[in-house]
Design a protein around this ligand. Structure first.
Ligand code: DQA
Length: 142
């Protein structure tokens, strides 16, 4: 993409939003979240992707993160948040700021979700506001 943009990157199982554990993640689909962003920020360009695999997500972080047109990355790494040193290394490697987002409040859930391996290398973290987590993350990058 030639003009400045914000990349919205999602990890495994987030393609299932809308039908995945709606009592935790709500009923808004991933496409719905992107539509909400476009409506809330009409002057902002977005790219978006959802990757099931760690390697593909890392490649997407590299691509956007080293692109001088990319103003920042909003990243919901899904369960990789809690397990992936490789994703943390990718975030640390790129110059673009990365904001960690979660729909659910990870600190109010099972203990294993309380730890984020990526938080320390992100510009900041937003957790627990459903689709609004993404909007707050975009606002933080503007
Ligand atoms: C999530 C929280 C993670 O713990 C979980 O593995 C997800 C979604 C969230 O958006 O609340 O897949 O990142």
């Amino acid at each position: 993409m030639a003009s400045p943009y914000i990349a919205i990157l999602n990890g495994p199982n987030l393609n299932l939003l809308g039908r995945r554990q709606p009592e935790i993640y709500g009923t808004c689909t991933l496409d719905g979240i992107i539509e909400r962003l476009r409506a809330a920020f009409p002057g902002v360009n977005f790219t978006h992707a959802c990757h099931q695999g760690e390697g593909a997500l890392i490649e997407a972080i590299h691509e956007a993160g080293f692109d001088s047109d990319c103003r920042g990355i909003v990243l919901n790494a899904g369960a990789y948040t809690h397990t992936s040193l490789a994703i943390a290394d990718a975030i640390a490697a790129v110059p673009a700021p990365v904001v960690e987002v979660h729909l659910s409040n990870i600190f109010a859930r099972e203990e294993i979700r309380h730890r984020s391996l990526i938080a320390a290398v992100c510009a900041g973290s937003i957790s627990g506001f459903g689709p609004r987590s993404y909007e707050l993350a975009v606002r933080a990058l503007l």
